[in-house]
Every structure is written in structure tokens, then in C-alpha cells.
Design a protein around this ligand. Structure first.
Ligand SMILES: [Zn+2]
Length: 129
């Protein structure tokens, strides 16, 4: 028997997979689902000034009524140029605020806006999101 098998293999015939027990056709391997939702916080910290269209470390949200600008997330320099008072500021989320170096050039700087720290599980903010 083995002689015949060897002869057939030499002749180029390949052995079939019949040696293994055939699988049940309807049987599927159980592949566990990945966890679908991991909480990813988007736009944790904003640093894009809507007025000058630049990425700046001192962008804050201003609820202002200045008719010359529709921008709300404004950098320090633009807020000074637009003469928006610091009482209109609603956030203290920028890097400059976190370092407590936020100083307004136009008008007084409001001190008691709570700084919103970044959450611990948030990755580095690189702007590529
Ligand atoms: Zn700006």
C-alpha cells in the first residue's frame, strides 16, 4: 500500500485532506466581539482661534456681542483686538490658563473662572483628530 502511495506522490499527485475528520459544515469558530465602545473624548481642549484661523495656546470661549466678529473661540490677541472684555469669557481651558499665565491686555482679567483640567485618560492633543 505504501509503495503505491509513494509511487503516486512521486508521479505528482497530492494527497487529499480526507485524513482529517471533516468538520461539521455549520460549525463556526466562536470569535469574541471586541469591545465596541471605548470612550474617546473628542475636542477635549480647543486651541483653534476662529478669528485669525490659527492654532494658539490661549484660545478661550467668549460669549460676546461684538457685531464685528462671529467667532466664539478666540485667542488672546484677537480678543484684545476686538476689544472683548474678559467678563465675556466662559472658559479657562487653554494651556496658558492652565499654567495660570492668562493675562488680558484689554480690560481686567477675570480670576474666578474655574480651570477645566484635562482628563487623565486623554492622550496628547496633537490636532490630528
Ligand atoms: Zn486669533
Amino acid at each position: 500500500m505504501n509503495i503505491l502511495k509513494d509511487a503516486l506522490l512521486k508521479a505528482g499527485l497530492k494527497p487529499t485532506q480526507q485524513a482529517k475528520a471533516p468538520k461539521d459544515e455549520n460549525h463556526r469558530e466562536h470569535i469574541p466581539k471586541k469591545k465596541l465602545t471605548e470612550t474617546v473624548v473628542h475636542q477635549e481642549q480647543r486651541n483653534f482661534c476662529e478669528e485669525c484661523s490659527q492654532v494658539r495656546p490661549d484660545v478661550e470661549f467668549y460669549a460676546h456681542k461684538n457685531p464685528t466678529s462671529e467667532a466664539e473661540w478666540i485667542c488672546l490677541r484677537c480678543a484684545d483686538q476686538l476689544q472683548i472684555l474678559d467678563v465675556c469669557r466662559r472658559t479657562a481651558q487653554s494651556d496658558v490658563s492652565i499654567k495660570r499665565m492668562f493675562r488680558r491686555g484689554y480690560g481686567a482679567t477675570v480670576r474666578d473662572i474655574p480651570i477645566t483640567p484635562r482628563s487623565k485618560n486623554a492622550g496628547p492633543v496633537d490636532g490630528n483628530r
